[in-house]
Design a protein around this ligand. Structure first.
Ligand code: 5AD
Ligand code: SF4
Length: 437
């Protein structure tokens, strides 16, 4: 019996790809193992979005050399964005790697493994010439929620971002294929799906037949069994009013909107190639707040983009105070070679970036707490996800708005149950509640 172990880094797109890789491996007889030491195949599905992600992966690849030395038949495969970015360089840097498989080629994993077994040579496939996405089945990790990629790639070329370089141009899956997958998921007992794309608001534009994200949202409305449809990530330039109307009127789309702004300074937004202004963003959000009842809004912000002055940074702080996000994912700008921002003048010193990040987080934490506090004393529907990371006896679930609710373990509840929680105590990141039905 052969076994496999997958390390997944980075975004949800990688999590979804890992589930699709796992399915293929199991088709040829591999079984999952919890013990990396025991695996016959180790796969690292990697991320290149920031340098810290890459450092982590290279560290892990280095550690795995020991296992390769112990077991000559062990196969080590690198997939995902770092595989695409580093290509054959990967073998130079880590000769004990057997397979480098690019972001457009995960459907070829089993052929690559067979080739390694036959030839005992490095195998690489990093072609990016696909124009149609392969329809790949997944082995979902969850029992009630599933990731549903609706497209791959990005055409935006934000000047800091490596994604368009490593995931290629946007290719959408046909509406029918997505509806079919979600219908089957509903039949299998899945309740919650998350539609994934680097920029879901440009979904379908590559078909050039009028299909857009709104079309998809409308087509997915009312599929039996599907209680919640999540989606990420949205882009302020491409999100239209009609898409927001579709989101707001759908019976199963959640009340959570993740709408990255990246910076509160128009000058920096322009240098980032984001194609919108702070005013446009605010107007768009206003429309979302009108159309999507009780919408919970989260964002991504980068501090220390090249040329970011104290004044630009103050604009970002002001934006946080104006918009009042429920949560912000904050990042220190990381230089990605091959992107325009990497060679821009006026790179911000690391120390300044760290100080700015801390200031940003302090303000955001206060706002998050402020917005969570009024949840106290109210009831919210949650879907039970299981034990929390900290403690086996504390379980958690999420609201439609993606707020995490912790509650004492209750043996009458099982993972995937939809229940009502009464919020007793709200904190910055989580709420504590009791299940009332
Ligand atoms: N440095 C820091 N953050 C980045 N992101 C993307 N590229 C970089 C980079 N080079 C952030 C953006 C994006 C999120 C997924 O990662 O905020 O929305
Ligand atoms: Fe990167 Fe911008 Fe595309 Fe998002 S929209 S993946 S930040 S290039």
């Amino acid at each position: 019996m052969k076994s496999y172990y997958i390390y997944t880094y980075g975004c949800q797109m990688n999590t979804a790809d890992s589930e699709r890789l796992a399915h293929q491996l199991e088709q040829v007889g591999y079984l999952p193992t919890e013990e990396v030491e025991a695996a016959d195949l180790i796969l690292l599905n990697t991320c290149a979005v920031r340098e810290t992600a890459e450092t982590k992966v290279f560290g892990r690849i280095g550690e795995l050399k020991r296992l390769k030395e112990k077991n000559k038949n062990l196969i080590l495969a690198i997939t995902g964005c770092m595989a695409q970015k580093n290509q054959a360089e990967m073998f130079k840097r880590a000769p004990h790697v057997d397979i480098v498989l690019g972001t457009h080629n995960i459907q070829h994993i089993n052929e690559m493994i067979a080739e390694v077994q036959r030839t005992h040579k490095h195998q690489i496939n990093v072609d990016m010439d696909n124009t149609v996405l392969p329809e790949l089945q997944a082995k979902p990790n969850g029992t009630f929620f599933a990731w549903v990629p609706i497209m791959n790639g990005c055409n935006k070329f934000c000047t800091y971002c490596i994604v368009p370089h490593v995931r290629g141009r946007e290719i959408s899956r046909p509406v029918e294929a997505i509806v079919k997958e979600v219908t089957e998921l509903g039949q299998q007992g899945f309740k919650e799906i998350t539609l994934l794309g680097q920029n879901v608001n440009s979904y379908g534009l590559d078909f050039k037949d009028g299909t857009d994200f709104g079309t998809l949202i409308t087509a997915l409305d009312g599929i039996p069994g599907i209680e919640r449809i999540r989606y990420m990530t949205s882009h302020p330039q491409d999100m239209t009013k009609s898409m927001i109307d579709a989101l707001g009127s759908s019976s199963n789309v959640v009340t959570h909107l993740h709408l990255p702004i990246q910076s509160g300074s128009n000058r920096i937004l322009q240098k980032m190639n984001r194609h919108y202004t702070v005013d446009h963003y605010k107007a768009l959000l206003q429309y979302c707040r009108e159309k999507i009842k009780d919408v919970v809004v989260t964002t991504d912000i980068i501090v220390g983009f090249p040329g970011e002055t104290e004044e630009d940074f103050q604009d970002t702080l002001q934006l946080l105070k104006d918009v009042r996000y429920d949560m912000a994912y904050t990042f220190i700008y990381s230089k990605r070679s091959g992107t325009p921002a990497a060679t821009m003048d006026e790179q911000v010193p690391e120390e300044v970036k760290r100080v700015r990040l801390q200031q940003l987080m302090d303000i955001q934490n206060e706002i998050s707490l402020d917005l969570n506090k009024p949840m106290e004393g109210h009831n919210f529907d949650i879907i039970v996800e299981g034990p929390s990371q900290r403690d086996e006896n504390t379980w958690f679930g999420r609201t439609s708005g993606n707020k995490m609710v912790l509650f004492p373990k209750d043996d009458s509840l099982k993972v995937g149950d939809t229940v009502t929680a009464h919020i007793d105590r709200a904190q910055t990141w989580v709420c504590y509640g009791s299940i009332i039905k």
